[in-house]
Design a protein around this ligand. Structure first.
Ligand code: 76R
Length: 265
Protein backbone atom coordinates (compact mmCIF):
# COMPACT_ATOMS: atom_id res chain seq x y z
CA UNK A 1 0.00 0.00 0.00
CA UNK A 2 1.44 3.40 -0.90
CA UNK A 3 2.41 5.28 2.26
CA UNK A 4 3.23 8.82 1.25
CA UNK A 5 3.89 11.34 4.04
CA UNK A 6 1.68 14.46 3.93
CA UNK A 7 4.91 16.43 3.92
CA UNK A 8 8.36 15.46 2.68
CA UNK A 9 9.95 12.30 1.35
CA UNK A 10 11.15 9.19 3.16
CA UNK A 11 14.86 8.62 3.69
CA UNK A 12 16.60 5.35 4.64
CA UNK A 13 20.28 5.16 5.44
CA UNK A 14 21.30 1.48 5.30
CA UNK A 15 24.71 0.16 6.33
CA UNK A 16 25.97 -3.39 5.82
CA UNK A 17 29.03 -5.48 6.45
CA UNK A 18 29.86 -7.66 3.49
CA UNK A 19 31.07 -11.27 3.35
CA UNK A 20 31.84 -12.27 -0.24
CA UNK A 21 32.63 -15.88 0.73
CA UNK A 22 28.96 -16.41 1.56
CA UNK A 23 27.91 -15.89 -2.06
CA UNK A 24 27.42 -18.78 -4.44
CA UNK A 25 27.63 -16.66 -7.57
CA UNK A 26 29.38 -13.33 -6.83
CA UNK A 27 29.22 -12.04 -10.41
CA UNK A 28 25.49 -12.67 -10.69
CA UNK A 29 24.93 -11.11 -7.23
CA UNK A 30 26.86 -8.00 -8.26
CA UNK A 31 24.89 -7.65 -11.49
CA UNK A 32 21.58 -8.01 -9.68
CA UNK A 33 22.63 -5.43 -7.07
CA UNK A 34 23.53 -2.89 -9.78
CA UNK A 35 20.19 -3.52 -11.47
CA UNK A 36 18.18 -2.95 -8.26
CA UNK A 37 19.94 0.32 -7.51
CA UNK A 38 19.70 1.56 -11.09
CA UNK A 39 16.02 0.66 -11.31
CA UNK A 40 15.04 2.54 -8.14
CA UNK A 41 17.35 5.49 -8.83
CA UNK A 42 15.75 5.80 -12.26
CA UNK A 43 12.23 6.17 -10.88
CA UNK A 44 10.83 9.69 -10.73
CA UNK A 45 11.69 11.27 -7.37
CA UNK A 46 13.70 8.32 -6.06
CA UNK A 47 17.43 8.53 -5.47
CA UNK A 48 19.99 6.00 -4.31
CA UNK A 49 23.45 7.09 -3.23
CA UNK A 50 25.74 4.08 -2.93
CA UNK A 51 28.99 4.28 -1.04
CA UNK A 52 31.84 2.28 0.35
CA UNK A 53 32.16 2.96 4.08
CA UNK A 54 35.61 3.97 5.32
CA UNK A 55 36.72 2.12 8.44
CA UNK A 56 35.12 -0.91 10.03
CA UNK A 57 31.69 0.33 11.13
CA UNK A 58 30.37 -1.10 7.87
CA UNK A 59 31.56 -2.04 4.40
CA UNK A 60 28.90 -0.44 2.25
CA UNK A 61 26.07 2.01 2.62
CA UNK A 62 23.00 3.08 0.69
CA UNK A 63 21.11 6.32 1.14
CA UNK A 64 17.69 5.76 -0.41
CA UNK A 65 15.05 8.46 -0.64
CA UNK A 66 11.77 9.11 -2.33
CA UNK A 67 8.05 9.86 -1.93
CA UNK A 68 6.56 6.49 -0.98
CA UNK A 69 7.78 4.71 2.17
CA UNK A 70 6.31 1.48 0.81
CA UNK A 71 8.66 1.61 -2.18
CA UNK A 72 11.65 2.32 0.08
CA UNK A 73 10.66 -0.50 2.43
CA UNK A 74 10.22 -2.97 -0.44
CA UNK A 75 13.71 -2.11 -1.72
CA UNK A 76 15.29 -2.50 1.73
CA UNK A 77 13.41 -5.71 2.58
CA UNK A 78 14.16 -7.40 -0.73
CA UNK A 79 17.89 -6.71 -0.51
CA UNK A 80 18.72 -9.41 2.09
CA UNK A 81 16.70 -11.87 0.00
CA UNK A 82 18.36 -10.90 -3.28
CA UNK A 83 21.34 -12.80 -4.75
CA UNK A 84 23.68 -10.45 -2.80
CA UNK A 85 21.74 -11.00 0.43
CA UNK A 86 23.68 -14.02 1.73
CA UNK A 87 26.74 -11.78 1.94
CA UNK A 88 25.06 -8.80 3.61
CA UNK A 89 25.18 -8.41 7.38
CA UNK A 90 23.16 -5.43 8.64
CA UNK A 91 25.39 -2.96 10.49
CA UNK A 92 23.02 -0.03 11.15
CA UNK A 93 20.09 1.83 9.66
CA UNK A 94 18.41 5.19 10.04
CA UNK A 95 14.86 6.29 9.19
CA UNK A 96 13.89 9.92 8.61
CA UNK A 97 11.80 12.27 6.48
CA UNK A 98 12.87 15.33 4.55
CA UNK A 99 11.57 18.50 6.19
CA UNK A 100 11.77 22.24 6.21
CA UNK A 101 12.84 23.94 9.39
CA UNK A 102 10.52 26.16 11.37
CA UNK A 103 13.48 28.55 11.68
CA UNK A 104 13.92 29.15 7.97
CA UNK A 105 14.22 32.89 7.35
CA UNK A 106 11.02 34.61 6.19
CA UNK A 107 10.50 37.63 3.95
CA UNK A 108 9.78 39.68 7.09
CA UNK A 109 13.14 38.61 8.58
CA UNK A 110 14.83 39.72 5.38
CA UNK A 111 12.98 43.05 5.38
CA UNK A 112 14.16 43.74 8.94
CA UNK A 113 17.71 42.74 8.03
CA UNK A 114 17.79 45.00 4.95
CA UNK A 115 16.68 47.94 7.08
CA UNK A 116 18.90 47.28 10.12
CA UNK A 117 22.02 45.86 8.43
CA UNK A 118 22.00 47.43 4.99
CA UNK A 119 20.44 50.73 6.09
CA UNK A 120 17.60 50.63 3.54
CA UNK A 121 14.73 53.11 3.95
CA UNK A 122 11.54 51.23 4.96
CA UNK A 123 9.61 53.26 2.32
CA UNK A 124 12.08 52.62 -0.49
CA UNK A 125 10.22 50.72 -3.29
CA UNK A 126 13.49 48.85 -3.89
CA UNK A 127 13.00 47.26 -0.45
CA UNK A 128 9.75 45.60 -1.55
CA UNK A 129 11.46 44.26 -4.67
CA UNK A 130 14.35 42.84 -2.61
CA UNK A 131 11.89 41.16 -0.19
CA UNK A 132 9.95 39.65 -3.08
CA UNK A 133 13.12 38.34 -4.69
CA UNK A 134 14.07 36.83 -1.32
CA UNK A 135 10.66 35.13 -0.99
CA UNK A 136 11.12 33.59 -4.42
CA UNK A 137 14.61 32.31 -3.56
CA UNK A 138 13.31 30.86 -0.28
CA UNK A 139 10.41 29.11 -2.01
CA UNK A 140 12.94 27.32 -4.22
CA UNK A 141 15.16 26.61 -1.21
CA UNK A 142 12.28 25.09 0.79
CA UNK A 143 11.16 23.04 -2.22
CA UNK A 144 14.72 21.64 -2.49
CA UNK A 145 14.74 20.70 1.20
CA UNK A 146 11.46 18.76 0.88
CA UNK A 147 12.18 17.26 -2.53
CA UNK A 148 15.94 17.31 -2.89
CA UNK A 149 17.89 16.46 -5.98
CA UNK A 150 21.15 15.37 -4.42
CA UNK A 151 24.42 16.05 -6.21
CA UNK A 152 26.90 13.24 -6.90
CA UNK A 153 29.91 14.16 -4.82
CA UNK A 154 33.00 12.11 -3.96
CA UNK A 155 32.27 11.83 -0.25
CA UNK A 156 29.27 11.38 2.05
CA UNK A 157 29.14 11.95 5.79
CA UNK A 158 26.22 10.84 7.95
CA UNK A 159 25.43 11.17 11.64
CA UNK A 160 22.32 11.40 13.75
CA UNK A 161 21.88 14.21 16.27
CA UNK A 162 19.46 15.57 18.85
CA UNK A 163 19.05 18.78 20.75
CA UNK A 164 19.80 18.54 24.48
CA UNK A 165 17.14 18.30 27.14
CA UNK A 166 19.33 18.80 30.20
CA UNK A 167 18.12 20.71 33.28
CA UNK A 168 20.48 23.65 32.53
CA UNK A 169 20.52 23.30 28.73
CA UNK A 170 17.09 22.32 27.48
CA UNK A 171 16.53 23.46 23.88
CA UNK A 172 12.82 22.70 24.15
CA UNK A 173 12.36 25.07 27.07
CA UNK A 174 13.69 28.08 25.13
CA UNK A 175 11.06 30.30 23.57
CA UNK A 176 10.72 30.44 19.79
CA UNK A 177 12.38 33.85 19.40
CA UNK A 178 15.49 32.66 21.25
CA UNK A 179 15.68 29.40 19.27
CA UNK A 180 15.30 31.35 16.05
CA UNK A 181 18.04 33.80 17.09
CA UNK A 182 20.38 30.90 17.88
CA UNK A 183 19.56 29.12 14.61
CA UNK A 184 20.40 32.37 12.80
CA UNK A 185 23.99 32.04 14.08
CA UNK A 186 24.06 28.43 12.94
CA UNK A 187 22.84 29.35 9.47
CA UNK A 188 25.54 32.05 9.16
CA UNK A 189 28.26 29.47 9.80
CA UNK A 190 26.59 27.09 7.37
CA UNK A 191 26.34 29.65 4.58
CA UNK A 192 30.14 29.99 4.71
CA UNK A 193 30.24 26.49 3.20
CA UNK A 194 27.89 27.22 0.32
CA UNK A 195 29.18 25.61 -2.83
CA UNK A 196 31.49 23.27 -0.91
CA UNK A 197 28.97 21.17 1.08
CA UNK A 198 25.41 20.09 0.41
CA UNK A 199 23.69 19.40 3.71
CA UNK A 200 20.43 17.52 4.05
CA UNK A 201 18.88 17.65 7.51
CA UNK A 202 16.12 15.04 7.75
CA UNK A 203 13.74 14.83 10.67
CA UNK A 204 13.43 11.67 12.76
CA UNK A 205 11.80 12.81 16.01
CA UNK A 206 9.42 9.97 16.86
CA UNK A 207 10.71 7.87 13.94
CA UNK A 208 14.17 6.76 14.99
CA UNK A 209 16.48 7.06 18.00
CA UNK A 210 17.72 10.62 17.39
CA UNK A 211 15.91 13.78 16.29
CA UNK A 212 17.65 14.37 12.95
CA UNK A 213 19.83 12.64 10.43
CA UNK A 214 22.57 14.87 9.06
CA UNK A 215 23.81 13.99 5.58
CA UNK A 216 26.73 15.97 4.21
CA UNK A 217 27.87 15.65 0.60
CA UNK A 218 31.16 17.12 -0.59
CA UNK A 219 34.11 16.43 -2.86
CA UNK A 220 36.70 17.18 -0.18
CA UNK A 221 36.88 14.91 2.89
CA UNK A 222 38.65 17.69 4.84
CA UNK A 223 35.52 19.84 4.46
CA UNK A 224 33.52 17.34 6.55
CA UNK A 225 35.96 17.82 9.40
CA UNK A 226 36.07 21.56 8.93
CA UNK A 227 32.30 22.21 8.92
CA UNK A 228 31.54 19.97 11.87
CA UNK A 229 34.49 21.45 13.79
CA UNK A 230 33.46 25.04 13.09
CA UNK A 231 29.87 24.32 14.08
CA UNK A 232 31.00 22.93 17.43
CA UNK A 233 31.90 26.51 18.42
CA UNK A 234 28.49 27.83 17.44
CA UNK A 235 26.20 28.03 20.48
CA UNK A 236 23.50 25.81 18.96
CA UNK A 237 25.94 22.92 18.64
CA UNK A 238 28.25 23.81 21.54
CA UNK A 239 25.51 24.04 24.12
CA UNK A 240 22.54 22.14 22.73
CA UNK A 241 23.67 19.37 20.35
CA UNK A 242 24.19 15.67 21.05
CA UNK A 243 25.69 13.49 18.32
CA UNK A 244 25.44 9.81 17.45
CA UNK A 245 28.00 7.78 15.52
CA UNK A 246 29.60 9.35 12.46
CA UNK A 247 29.98 7.41 9.21
CA UNK A 248 32.10 8.50 6.26
CA UNK A 249 31.83 6.91 2.84
CA UNK A 250 33.22 7.17 -0.66
CA UNK A 251 30.32 7.65 -3.06
CA UNK A 252 30.50 5.30 -6.04
CA UNK A 253 28.52 4.43 -9.08
CA UNK A 254 26.94 1.00 -8.45
CA UNK A 255 29.37 -0.76 -10.82
CA UNK A 256 32.36 0.78 -9.04
CA UNK A 257 30.96 -0.30 -5.67
CA UNK A 258 30.46 -3.82 -7.01
CA UNK A 259 34.12 -3.83 -8.13
CA UNK A 260 35.18 -2.59 -4.68
CA UNK A 261 33.26 -5.51 -3.15
CA UNK A 262 35.19 -7.85 -5.41
CA UNK A 263 32.19 -8.95 -7.44
CA UNK A 264 33.25 -8.06 -10.96
CA UNK A 265 33.67 -10.79 -13.57
O1 76R B 1 18.75 30.29 5.83
C1 76R B 1 17.91 29.54 6.35
O2 76R B 1 16.88 29.94 6.87
C2 76R B 1 18.24 28.07 6.47
C3 76R B 1 19.23 27.95 7.54
C4 76R B 1 19.37 26.63 8.25
C5 76R B 1 18.47 25.99 9.10
C6 76R B 1 17.09 26.44 9.53
C7 76R B 1 20.55 25.82 8.18
C8 76R B 1 21.65 26.12 7.39
N1 76R B 1 20.39 24.73 8.99
C9 76R B 1 19.12 24.78 9.55
C10 76R B 1 18.54 23.84 10.41
MN1 76R B 1 21.82 23.34 9.47
N2 76R B 1 23.19 21.91 9.83
C11 76R B 1 23.16 21.01 10.88
C12 76R B 1 24.44 20.33 10.94
O3 76R B 1 27.36 19.14 13.25
C13 76R B 1 26.61 20.00 13.73
O4 76R B 1 27.00 20.79 14.65
C14 76R B 1 25.18 20.12 13.26
C15 76R B 1 24.84 19.33 12.00
C16 76R B 1 25.21 20.79 9.88
C17 76R B 1 26.61 20.38 9.52
C18 76R B 1 24.41 21.80 9.19
C19 76R B 1 24.84 22.51 8.07
N3 76R B 1 20.54 22.46 10.82
C20 76R B 1 19.22 22.77 10.97
C21 76R B 1 18.64 21.82 11.91
C22 76R B 1 17.17 21.75 12.30
C23 76R B 1 16.93 22.50 13.56
C24 76R B 1 15.48 22.49 13.96
O5 76R B 1 14.59 22.50 13.09
O6 76R B 1 15.26 22.50 15.19
C25 76R B 1 19.66 20.96 12.30
C26 76R B 1 19.56 19.79 13.24
C27 76R B 1 20.85 21.38 11.61
C28 76R B 1 22.09 20.78 11.74
N4 76R B 1 23.02 24.20 8.02
C29 76R B 1 22.75 25.30 7.23
C30 76R B 1 24.20 23.62 7.55
C31 76R B 1 24.66 24.40 6.42
C32 76R B 1 25.91 24.06 5.59
C33 76R B 1 23.78 25.44 6.22
C34 76R B 1 23.83 26.54 5.17
C35 76R B 1 23.56 26.06 3.79
C36 76R B 1 22.11 26.18 3.44
O7 76R B 1 21.49 27.23 3.76
O8 76R B 1 21.59 25.22 2.84
Amino acid sequence: MPTVPSQGWGVLHLFFHFRRAMLEDPVHAGGDFIQRITELDGREGYQVIAFSVLGQKADLGLMVLGPDLDVLDAFATELPNSPLGAGLVPAASYVSLTETSEYTSTGEDERARLVSEEGMDPDDPELEARVQAFDQRMATYVEHKLHPNLPRTRVIGFYPMSKRRLPDANWYELDFAERKRLMGGHARVGRGYRGRVTQLITGSTGLDDWEWGVTLLTDDPATLKEIVYEMRFDEVSARYAEFGPFVTGLVMEPDALVRRLGLSP
